[in-house]
Design a binder for this molecule. Structure first.
Ligand code: MN
Ligand code: FE
Length: 349
């Protein structure tokens, strides 16, 4: 870390030209958002704010009635719902902690930090959402929140994504060295590409398939808002990674690219194992083959954005998922309600 004090060290006025995405020197004051150099970070910050929502505004009434109805769900469907909630309940906390304790410390550009502060709050909202869903459906909290330690397929996903985080938590990590910077970039890929860009999607598509049948509408409405948030998180993360590579091209050498391809492909394999554990026999028109195809399709899109060669050539079996991701805030995909924070949040005196 180049900053030993939070107060700016330079007596010169700062210009955008001196700013770097990480490893800023003493001419850059971490407290000065403007002049903005990295417009993508500022725009993602504004987009995130425009999408603001709170879990408790979503009614869980119909979900509660459906879930209580003994004929509402088959045993297999109940198993899937619990496995998905079990993954997300702790994955959102892992992401939040990684952001605040590891990523935020290393990424010292003020406009990127502005986005990271927004993202960290969104992760708190997502953690809240899963707490609210689990509580509303009267699920066994101990069972759901311990699942990542008790269910191997979930544990392996978390372990894979977090395998590169401990070394970034180490305050001695030196991101001015090539190895140190590669450690950081691998953690960013683990967070934004693997966790938010691959591991979240098996759960998203499975839950939203219930929503398409008007089942668990409150849960699915929240999942849909989370998906919208996560797609911005991932896009910010990929821009951030690409900006680091642009400014430090030495990190992105051939052997590191090869290592990242293997890292992401292993995530695809683990997501396949998790899906098999969730859906041993297939439900709702979903089966492990079609979900596997979807995950490979997503992984190829992520490879493309990282300017790495596509690995699978898979096609998208769920074109309706793109509509959910592009959801405009005026219209809810399931038409249950409308949220408009930019005006609705105004105070009345
Ligand atoms: Mn999240
Ligand atoms: Fe996220």
């Amino acid at each position: 870390m180049s900053h030993s004090s939070l107060l700016g060290m330079s007596k010169e006025r700062m210009t955008a030209d001196n700013k770097r995405v990480i490893n800023n020197d003493r001419t850059v004051d971490v407290n000065q958002l403007v002049p903005i150099k990295y417009q993508f970070a500022w725009h993602f910050y504004l987009d995130g704010c425009a999408n603001h929502w709170m879990p408790t505004e979503v009614s869980m009434q119909r979900d509660i009635e459906q879930w209580k109805d003994p004929k509402g769900f088959t045993d297999e469907e109940r198993h899937v719902v619990k496995r998905v909630l079990g993954f997300f309940a702790t994955a959102e906390s892992l992401v939040g902690n990684n952001l605040v304790l590891a990523v935020y410390r290393c990424v010292d550009n003020p406009e990127c930090r502005q986005y990271l502060l927004r993202q960290a709050f969104e992760e708190a909202i997502h953690i809240h959402a899963f707490q609210y869903i689990v509580q509303s459906l009267s699920l066994d909290e101990g069972e759901i929140f311990n699942m990542y330690r008790e269910v191997e397929a979930i544990y392996k996903k978390d372990q894979h994504a977090m395998s590169c985080t401990d070394s970034v938590l180490d305050p001695c990590l030196d991101t001015t060295t090539k190895e140190g910077l590669q450690t950081l970039v691998k953690n960013l890929i683990g967070l934004y590409v693997v966790t938010e860009g691959i591991f979240f999607y098996g759960g998203f598509v499975t839950m939203l398939s219930f929503g398409r049948q008007n089942r668990l509408p409150g849960t699915c409405e929240q999942i849909q808002y989370i998906l919208r948030d996560e797609s911005i998180h991932m896009n910010f993360g990929i821009e951030l990674i690409n900006a680091i590579i642009d400014e430090n091209p030495e990190v992105w050498d051939e052997s590191f690219q090869e290592e990242m391809i293997i890292f992401i492909k292993s995530a695809v394999t683990l997501e396949g194992e998790y899906i098999s554990d969730c859906l041993p026999n297939g439900i709702l028109g979903l089966n492990t083959d079609v979900l596997d195809e979807y995950i490979k399709y997503l992984a190829d899109r992520r490879f493309e954005k990282l300017k790495l060669p596509q690995q699978y050539g898979a096609s998208n079996p769920f074109p309706w998922m793109s509509e959910v991701i592009d959801l405009k805030k005026e219209k809810n995909f399931f038409e249950t309600r409308v949220t408009e924070y930019q005006t609705g949040g105004a105070l009345e005196w």
